[in-house]
Write a protein that binds this ligand. Structure first.
Ligand code: NAD
Ligand code: ZN
Length: 391
């Protein structure tokens, strides 16, 4: 037995207008300071004004939100008593909003206790709307909540199917102002979701098509969105593609590149999308030796490199890895950890922690080829150097 969960999704140009019809009394917008300064919060407020809904803004969410920030947000919610919580931003504010909502409804719980195995009984006090301003995480449609334990420098994968948003508003205008680097980082996150959602051991008939479509969209439109941010066709397709990838991997799972990317992000603060996309090709090459089939299929579906006689699945899977590295280069992103600016001495000093924490990451369990301790160490080292994996 399996489940597919999704919010009601309003998407495309003008999607924000859906807020005009919203019924309720008070909304708490969970966001970050940059989005207030960019005027995106005011845009949302204007629609809520039209709907006659009072608004309070909690704008203290930092990139890779911490448990402490969530606690502050819960306190604000308890004082303000909203009947809507609105996560407005990239994955960080949307994940923080999910956690704040759950703990506002369930003050008896700690953030770390939010998991799929307990009944939460949400929607007694409020409902959740997500509005993405990056085209990447898919957090608007996933039930995953990623929070950072700043003391242990560790990311925690939390969440329950119950805490998926009620409504996701996927309006390309909200992402149109992203600078090129953020466009590239977050777009590569969407690609990593699509590839890992398609190839992980939990993929299903319900998720495969979404992942293939998302991968195609990213290959076709990400270079355009990075080269010219005013290309609204590319922006809109990337915004939709990120949501498709979110539905795909969110109802399946991500995999090894996410397990490794999470720990790199937690320790060295490499932005999430940049980190997971660096690992992705190396993890594909690692999987290619024992389980290349689905990577090979995906390579064919997204268009194989020209002129290469690729007769075998393993070669095709490796070609997909190379194609992803080419895309990273094309949008100006690094293809190794050294290239991401992490010092070798600092990296080696943290290697044992990186390996241990990656093994404890929830995304590890769905890898098609499970690495041993030594293999994971090698994978971290090869990815540091930028050496193609051949073991
Ligand atoms: N829940 C999930 O399913 C899921 C999936 C993937 C990643 N994540 C998590 O999401 C977080 C990363 O989210 P993210 O990559 O979207 O970035 P983010 O939310 O951390 O934002 C990064 C920066 O971009 C800025 N920004 C956001 N939108 C902008 C815009 N339109 N214009 C200009 N600047 C803008 C923000 O203010 C912030 O400074 C990580 O914590 C990651 O672990 C969650
Ligand atoms: Zn991701």
């Amino acid at each position: 037995m399996w489940y597919f969960v999704s919010p009601q999704i309003v998407f495309g140009d003008g999607a924000l207008d859906a807020l005009d019809e919203l019924e309720g009394r008070r909304a708490l917008i969970v966001t970050d300071g940059t989005l207030v300064r960019l005027g995106l919060v005011d845009k949302v407020k204007a629609h809520l004004d039209t709907a006659g809904i009072e608004v309070h803004v909690f704008d203290a969410v930092e990139p890779d939100p911490s448990v402490q920030t969530v606690r502050k947000g819960v306190q604000v919610a308890q004082e303000y008593e909203p009947d809507w919580i609105i996560g407005l931003g990239g994955g960080s504010p949307m994940d923080a909003a999910k956690a704040i909502w759950v703990l506002y409804e369930r003050p008896d719980l700690q953030a770390a206790e939010i998991n799929p195995f307990i009944h939460l009984g949400l929607r007694q006090k409020a409902r959740l709307i997500t509005i993405p301003t990056t085209s990447g995480t898919g957090a608007e449609v996933t039930w995953t909540i990623v929070l950072t334990d700043t003391e242990e420098q560790r990311k925690m994968g939390l969440g329950s199917r119950e805490n998926v948003a009620d409504i996701a508003i996927v309006d390309p205008a909200m992402a149109a102002g992203m600078p090129p680097q953020l466009t590239a980082d977050t777009g590569l996150d969407a690609l990593t979701h699509a590839v890992e959602g398609y190839t992980c051991t939990w993929h299903t008939d319900m998720t495969d098509g979404l992942c293939i479509n998302a991968a195609r969209i990213v290959f076709q439109y990400l270079p355009r969105a990075v080269a010219d941010g005013s290309d609204m066709e590319a922006r809109e397709r990337m915004h939709n593609g990120a949501t498709c990838a979110g539905l795909g991997f969110g109802n399946a799972m991500a995999s090894l590149a996410h397990a490794m990317g999470h720990v790199l992000g937690a320790v060295f603060h490499v932005p999430h999308g940049r980190a997971v996309a660096i690992f992705l090709p190396y993890t594909i090459e690692f999987a290619a030796r024992e389980a290349p089939e689905r990577f090979a299929e995906l390579a064919a579906l997204v268009g194989q490199p020209q002129g290469l006689p690729l007769h075998r699945d393993k070669e095709r899977a490796r070609a997909l890895a190379e194609r992803i590295r080419d895309l990273c280069r094309e949008v100006g992103n690094p293809t190794s950890i050294a290239g991401a600016g992490v010092e070798r001495v600092a990296y080696e000093a943290q290697l044992d922690k990186l390996i241990d924490d990656a093994f404890n990451d929830t995304q590890m369990i769905t890898a098609v080829r499970a690495p041993s301790y030594d293999e994971l160490r090698q994978l971290f080292l090869y990815t540091y150097e930028g050496k193609a994996v051949d073991f």
